[in-house]
Design a protein around this ligand. Structure first.
Ligand code: UDX
Ligand code: UDX
Length: 433
């Protein structure tokens, strides 16, 4: 595999585009990241990273010579061997992915009279690559190749996931384009899966669907555990050690959120439906997740009765730890339900600035959020919550009810400190059984 540096243009300076650009620069390539938001580009040019992603700021700083930011399409494309598309593809009202940002990028491309490859990093419905190919041809961009190179990076560990992936997937219409994209990853140790474009697109959607299915599966097992007296944490450990099952993605909780799972499940469901297929299992996975987000409300009712004028502290707002991303965060559903039931909601998160959450009071520490509360709910398993002196916090609460939505804390010392504790799918508090 040749390791000669290439020129890479990346369209989209969001979570995926910035990580992609910074990691290609780290591999020795020369990268220009382009975005339509002028303030975002200006900030990046001042070395200010607009998102919270561990390791990204250091990577960008370290590769400053090879990594540039611009709002100008011509400057990004100038001399580029690869044009990565990493713009957002949010869901529309119909559940289909909104590809308007992708089409904008394709239509913005200037005439290119040399070989280069447009590479789709954004998650798109199966069949999108073929449509883009036709559009490139219509625009006379016949020299421009096309490949699908989906991302499997999880927020919070995206830099590590990019540089040390389980696999690299490359789907192309022409072998030479696939070869070029595979070569661009030289320096990364991982199997490269080569396929046609449609299969690469489906690999991304199917991988996410498989992970979501595991989460909804373990959440349903958790709910049955609750009804029968078993402990899902032990159950997950017990089944995860079976090599055919494996231990990952078996953490029961208050449901999945984020920028990918919720939108990609809808997009796959809709993709199947548009082709006349009713994807029953995926529909169930989505429904289980919706119900799971609301289970905490039922638990609060069982301990506090009516929630009107009850003070409930939500600890953690981001959809998972180590990110500031609030897209489809379960905290939004929880806060909304609690406010609708007349509760006073106070929240804490170490990185999310929740001041735009209408009606929610924001505290600057977990202890401050819990002060005078009727219940605390662990919404996001931020490691800081393991270091809280819960016995002291309990002394400041109106009633010591703790709902651990992520099963992160050991309930025994909490119970010893006088708390009524409920996790998800764990044996009920002996004191209240
Ligand atoms: C990505 C993907 O592209 C999506 O398909 C995948 O499933 C999840 O991650 P992400 O990086 O999380 O999206 O999105 P976001 O952080 O919203 O960044 C998208 C960026 O593209 C924004 O900075 C936006 O300004 C930019 N953009 C949008 C363009 O540069 N051009 C456009 O035409 C539209
Ligand atoms: C996911 C995929 O992991 C990644 O490969 C893809 O490229 C983008 O989507 P991300 O959404 O960043 O990444 O986070 P992930 O760690 O997968 O978690 C997604 C959600 O599932 C979170 O809300 C998390 O709390 C939840 N989750 C995860 C569980 O509830 N239980 C688990 O066992 C694992």
């Amino acid at each position: 595999m040749s390791t000669s540096p290439s020129r890479v243009a990346v369209f989209g300076a969001g979570y995926v585009g910035l990580v992609t650009g910074a990691c290609f620069a780290e591999l020795g390539h020369s990268v220009v990241v382009r975005d339509v938001i002028p303030e975002r580009i200006a900030a990046l040019q001042r070395s200010e990273v607009p998102i919270y992603e561990p390791g990204l700021e250091e990577l960008i700083a370290r590769n400053g010579e090879r990594l540039h930011f611009t709002g100008d399409v011509g400057e990004a494309i100038d001399g580029a061997d690869f044009v990565y598309i990493a713009v957002g593809t949010p869901p529309t009202y119909s559940g289909d992915a909104d590809l308007s940002a992708v089409w904008t990028v394709i239509d913005e491309l200037p005439a290119i009279d040399r070989r280069c490859v447009v590479v789709m990093k954004s998650t798109v419905p199966v069949g999108t690559g073929l449509k883009v190919r036709h559009r490139l041809d219509e625009r006379g961009l016949n020299l421009v190749g096309y490949a699908s190179n989906p991302e499997f990076t999880a927020e919070g560990t995206a830099v590590k996931d990019f540089l040390h992936p389980d696999r690299i997937v490359v789907g192309a219409f022409k072998d030479e384009d696939g070869d070029a994209v595979a070569r661009l990853h030289a320096g990364i140790e991982a199997p490269v899966v080569r396929s046609d474009v449609a299969s690469a697109e489906m690999i991304k959607l199917a991988a996410n669907a498989a992970l979501m299915t595991r989460i909804s599966f373990i959440n349903e097992i958790a709910n049955v555990c609750e009804a029968t007296g078993a402990d899902v944490v032990r159950v997950a450990e017990g089944i995860g050690l079976d090599r055919r099952i494996g231990p990952s993605f078996l953490r029961a909780g208050i449901g999945f959120g984020g920028s990918c799972f919720p939108k990609d499940s809808l997009a796959l469901k809709q993709l199947a439906a548009n082709s006349g297929y009713h994807f029953q299992l995926l529909n169930a996975v989505i429904e289980v997740n919706e119900l799971q987000k609301r289970r905490v409300i039922g638990k609060l009712h069982s301990h506090l009765g009516s929630l009107r004028n009850k003070r409930v502290a939500l600890l953690g707002l981001a959809f998972k730890p180590h990110t500031d991303d609030m897209r489809e965060a379960p905290s939004l559903v929880l806060a909304g339900r609690l406010l609708a039931e007349g509760a006073d909601v106070i929240a804490w998160d170490p990185v999310v600035d929740g001041h735009d959450l209408h009606g929610v009071e924001i505290a600057d520490a977990p202890e401050a959020a819990a002060l005078g509360a009727d219940a605390v709910v662990i919404v996001t398993e931020w490691p800081q919550l393991a270091d809280v002196d819960w016995a002291a916090v309990g002394g400041t609460m109106r009633t010591r009810v703790l709902i651990d939505g992520r099963n992160m804390l050991d309930p025994a010392p909490l119970r010893a400190a006088g708390f009524t504790v409920e996790g998800i799918g764990r044996a009920a508090d002996p004191g209240i059984a």
